[in-house]
Ligand binder design. Structure first.
Ligand SMILES: Cc1cc2nc3c(=O)[nH]c(=O)nc-3n(C[C@H](O)[C@H](O)[C@H](O)COP(=O)(O)O)c2cc1C
Length: 270
């Protein structure tokens, strides 16, 4: 703790000293920045959470939703070794509130001579992970201008579906627990094999759809732990495109009914 306070003092280039002492005195600090404007249940928080679980050392989670968050987050990256920016794809690019943050971050990093490793996790609603390519290029250019080290990222397609699958996991888990409790109370059998098999099957399907994300997240976290570059990779929810389109159409019809009626938008007075 004493060392930590010493290195965090304003005039000490903490990140450089951390690197020198890496593995001996204090561990690496990685700041995970969620760039989704959603308060909760964003896809970005899900993706950042997976990588975060696998990263060692000090990890800090932050979110940038508007200008009020800038100062706090920038102060937090001052003594960090790496940042992982998770953000949604908006109109094939970086969301405008994150562009404003990146501008501030550029100024801040140059002013304080901050050298960070930057990784990114971006996701879009469309199925093709490659849709995130222009966003990755923007982040690479941002790093060049800010004198930061661009270490690459993962561009993910079908983000909304991954989020639905994550919610489904908890629904299935809840149903499974209820099944076990009811079977236990009614028959005394606290391990009903049919419920276990059913849950295992559902879990297997969810895991399969997420395989690409899990694989690349694992590789990214290894790169972060080693402090090396990762390159830019693209992946997606592992569902054939024609099935994805059917599922997405069905999903959005249901959502639009729940959010005010299917024809509301079409018939509203313009
Ligand atoms: C204003 C806006 C623009 C969007 N533009 C795109 C886009 O160009 N391509 C795409 O694949 N998804 C697009 N999306 C969908 C989001 O990227 C998608 O819902 C994502 O999963 C949201 O991530 P989050 O939950 O982390 O915020 C857009 C969404 C909004 C609200």
């Amino acid at each position: 703790m004493k060392n930590q306070r010493f290195f965090n003092r304003k005039f000490v280039p903490a990140a450089q000293i951390r690197r020198l002492w890496k593995g001996m005195v204090i561990s690496m600090k990685t700041v995970f920045i969620n760039g989704s404007p959603k308060k909760k249940l964003s896809v970005s928080s899900y993706l950042l959470g997976i990588v975060r679980m696998l990263v060692s050392g000090e990890v800090v989670s932050e979110q940038v939703r508007n200008q009020n968050d800038h100062k706090r987050v920038l102060e937090n990256i001052k003594d960090a070794d790496a940042v992982v920016i998770g953000l949604p794809l908006y109109v094939d690019g970086v969301p405008s509130h994150m562009l404003a943050f990146l501008k501030e971050m550029e100024r801040f990093c140059l002013e304080h001579d901050i050298r960070l490793k930057v990784y990114a996790l971006s996701n879009g609603g469309f199925i093709e992970g490659r849709q995130n390519k222009p966003l990755m290029q923007v982040l690479e250019n941002f790093c060049k201008r800010s004198n930061l080290e661009w270490c690459g990222g993962i561009g993910i397609g079908g983000g909304v579906m991954l989020n639905v699958l994550r919610i489904m996991f908890f629904v299935y888990l809840g149903i499974f627990v209820l099944n076990v409790v009811f079977a236990g109370i009614q028959t005394g059998n606290w391990l009903p094999m049919d419920a276990v098999q059913h849950f295992a099957k559902q879990l297997g399907i969810i895991l399969f759809f997420n395989l690409g994300v899990f694989f690349h997240s694992l590789r990214m976290s290894i790169a972060i732990n080693k402090g090396v570059g990762f390159g830019v990779k693209f992946t997606r929810v592992l569902l054939p495109s024609f099935l994805f389109i059917l599922a997405a159409d069905f999903f959005f019809v249901i959502i639009s009914i729940f959010q005010g009626g299917i024809f509301k938008g079409w018939l509203a007075k313009k």
